[in-house]
Design a protein around this ligand. Structure first.
Ligand code: FAD
Length: 427
């Protein structure tokens, strides 16, 4: 079998040491076979193991190979569409349940880090930066909305206060969420994988699921082996391909790009982000950035619909970084990479069952670090027979992209172009 390594990235270059995880050979039997070792798969595995299930995780490449090992590392609360949109889409009871869960993922991450002593550079504090009065108005409503659902650690900031937090004149104001924050995302995934194994879970890398025999006793096939299971959890997200055809039409893989500077002097790093908070702006196609544990700036932004890899990532992202921080014009970029997230038309996660023993969660549409950790808990609850919270997600309506698979990229790109034009005009 060809070996799929991590793509070149700052995270792969600074990953904690990992054990060899051999590919699956031959037949094995388990309670739950999980497809994909990103946060969704690993979080599900951990909650199941903590509740006495036997778990086998199949990973096509390596733990955290997908978005979980490449992302901006920002712990952002709630979902890619906020609770007010959910309230308008579904009934009040379901919205109440989903709203109560919107802040749980960040707590789960912190509990995991503490319980399993995961070394992943956790820092508290995340900032939403407003580029226009309209966006500031939106943040004011968001604060009221989140407070209505019991979230309390929020502060609205005017331009002067923002300037104390980010050394740029780009913003008219912002909102600080002290329960947001940032992590080294690959090291979080690797720490969670180690926790899975410490509880007796088995992870096979380089073991893509190539076929699922459905039915009362599902069997998941890999090139060299197969897993007989009582349940299957599909957690392949944007990298799943066509393994489960019914999941493909209502979601679309999209690429987004990240660059990392050379290490900055401690003084320069502190001058950019004195409190070491992470920042994302409020545009539809948003820019996001933060410092790493070794004083580099990680800056991400941009979306490539259909997940084609752009040839020169630095040329796309560096100008965005210099717009925010012109003071970095002589700084070298050490790493540039792309990763895929999975977009749904509603931008809400796509969750459900196929038959009564194949479960899935995917498509958190950009913001997924917290949601995927919550998803693991909610999936594990459902497998234990407590499906109320799982069903609140599963009942969210999802629609195919207009134009079917062939035309979904142009249609979504037109939609994104329209929203980014509105951002630029501040309307
Ligand atoms: C560049 C980038 C920046 C981002 N920044 C942020 C951020 O700062 N904050 C935030 O909240 N969200 C961010 N996101 C989104 C977030 O990273 C994702 O929502 C989240 O990591 C998804 O986790 P996952 O486990 O569902 O999927 P992934 O992490 O993509 O994991 C899926 C795994 O399944 C494996 N797999 C797929 N098919 C198979 C198969 N057939 N057999 C076996 N294994 C399979 C893949 O190899 C992969 O390892 C970002 C995403 C990207 C791409």
């Amino acid at each position: 079998m060809p070996h799929t390594p991590y793509p070149t990235s700052y995270y792969a270059a600074s990953a904690n040491p990992v054990p060899a995880r051999p590919e699956l050979q031959g037949e094995t039997e388990t309670d739950v076979c999980i497809i994909g070792a990103g946060y969704t798969g690993l979080s599900t595995a951990l909650f199941l193991l903590e509740n006495g299930f036997k778990v086998t995780v199949l990973e096509a490449a390596k733990v955290g190979f997908g978005a979980s090992g490449r992302n901006g590392g920002q712990i952002v609360n709630s979902y890619s569409r906020d609770i007010d949109v959910i309230e308008r889409t579904v009934g009040p009871k379901q919205a109440q349940l989903l709203g109560q869960m919107a802040f749980e993922g960040g707590r789960i991450i912190r509990e995991r880090i503490a319980k399993y002593n995961i070394q992943c550079d956790l820092k508290d504090g995340g900032v939403f930066a407003a580029l226009s009065a309209k966006q500031m108005g939106h943040l004011e409503s968001q604060k009221k909305l989140w407070e209505r659902f019991g979230h309390t650690q929020l502060e609205l900031m005017d331009a002067k206060r923002m300037r104390e937090i980010v050394a740029t004149d780009s913003y008219v104001g912002g909102m600080l969420d002290m329960s947001g924050g940032h992590i080294h995302p690959l090291n979080l995934a690797l720490g969670e994988a180690a926790a899975v194994e410490s509880l007796g879970g088995v992870i096979h890398e380089q073991s893509p699921a190539v076929r699922i025999d459905r039915g009362a006793n599902p069997v998941v096939h890999t090139p060299q082996g197969r897993v007989k299971a009582k349940f299957v959890v599909v957690a392949g997200n944007a990298y799943l391909g066509g393994l489960v055809p019914e999941l493909a039409s209502k979601s679309m893989p999209c690429g987004t790009q990240v660059i990392t500077t050379e290490p900055l002097s401690a003084d320069l790093a502190k001058s950019l982000l004195p409190q070491d908070y992470c920042v994302e702006d409020c545009n539809y196609l948003l820019d996001y950035y933060r410092l790493t544990g070794d004083n580099r700036l990680i800056f991400g932004g941009g979306v490539v619909y259909g997940a084609r890899d752009p040839s020169n990532i630095e040329a796309i992202i560096r100008p965005k970084m210099l717009k925010v921080f012109p003071q970095l014009k002589n700084v070298k970029i050490d790493f540039a990479w792309t990763g895929n997230f999975l977009l749904t038309l509603s931008r809400l996660p796509q969750v459900g069952r196929i038959g009564d023993n194949i479960y899935y969660s995917q498509g958190c549409s950009g913001h997924g670090v917290t949601y995927t950790h919550l998803a693991g808990k909610v999936l594990a609850e459902a497998l234990r027979g407590q499906a109320e919270r799982f069903d609140a997600f599963a009942d969210l309506p999802h629609y195919p992209f207009p134009g079917g698979r062939m035309f979904q990229v142009p249609f979504s790109a037109i939609g994104a172009w329209y929203y980014s034009l509105r951002d630029k005009l501040g309307v």
